[in-house]
Design a protein around this ligand. Structure first.
Ligand code: TMP
Length: 210
């Protein structure tokens, strides 16, 4: 059994279909013998979940929004993510700071240097070991969303907002090609899963196989 924890994050525009694959990935990794926790942002702690309710519902300025995302993340890192990694668990987080870059910098237009300052303060150099970026066109994602349920403050944004978010995710993936792997999510489920395993390939090698 592996002794070293790994930090995996899952990203994508609203409606990219990431949630349906997260439970599958948890099971897959658990069956390999890893301790796995699944968590989410904004959220993952009692304070983070309270902030999530505000973030998804209350109008606020883009900069307030970015700072609250990082406030929730600070608590999440200290009380959940870092302790889990330290005891050797794999952490799967449904979103992390690439979402802040995509939504608050790309979507809302907050200057990137403000993101960078908060990122280095809150994360202190910690980055995910791998990020799976579910990629789908804005048109497909919007059709999925409008099919389902009551939409939150981000989901209700116009298509051009979501296009800016998608473009910012792509820019970030181009900047960190080793870490961020694109997975096309508008294909049959089995093919999405194949791409996920390919994206995680080198991390899945047992420690004692090296
Ligand atoms: P979810 O619907 O995937 O759980 O994510 C909640 C929303 O929060 C989603 O629309 C993206 C948004 N979000 C940001 O805008 N910035 C962030 O840093 C994070 C983590 C999420």
């Amino acid at each position: 059994m592996s002794q070293s924890g790994r930090f995996i994050t899952v990203e994508g525009i609203d409606g990219a279909g990431k949630s349906s694959h997260i439970e599958w990935l948890r099971e897959y990794l658990t069956n390999l013998g890893h301790a796995v926790i699944v968590t989410r942002e904004p959220g993952g702690t009692p304070l983070g979940e309270a902030l999530r309710t505000m973030l998804l519902n209350e109008p606020m300025s883009p900069e307030t929004e970015m700072m609250l995302m990082f406030a929730a993340r600070a608590e999440h890192l200290v009380t959940v993510i870092r302790p889990a990694l330290a005891r050797g668990a794999w952490v799967i987080s449904d979103r992390f700071s690439d979402a802040t870059y995509a939504y608050q910098v790309g979507g809302r237009g907050v200057p990137a240097h403000k993101f960078t300052a908060l990122e280095s303060w809150v994360q202190d150099g910690l980055q995910p070991d791998r990020t799976i970026l579910f990629d789908v066109s804005v048109a497909t994602a919007q059709a999925r969303l409008h099919d389902t349920r009551v939409l939150d403050r981000f989901e209700r944004e116009a298509a051009d907002f979501h296009q800016r978010v998608r473009d910012a995710y792509h820019a970030r993936a181009a900047q960190f090609p080793e870490r961020i792997r694109l997975v096309a999510s508008d294909v049959p489920m089995a093919q999405v899963r194949e791409q996920i395993l390919l994206a995680l390939g080198d991390l899945l090698v047992p420690d004692n196989a090296v």
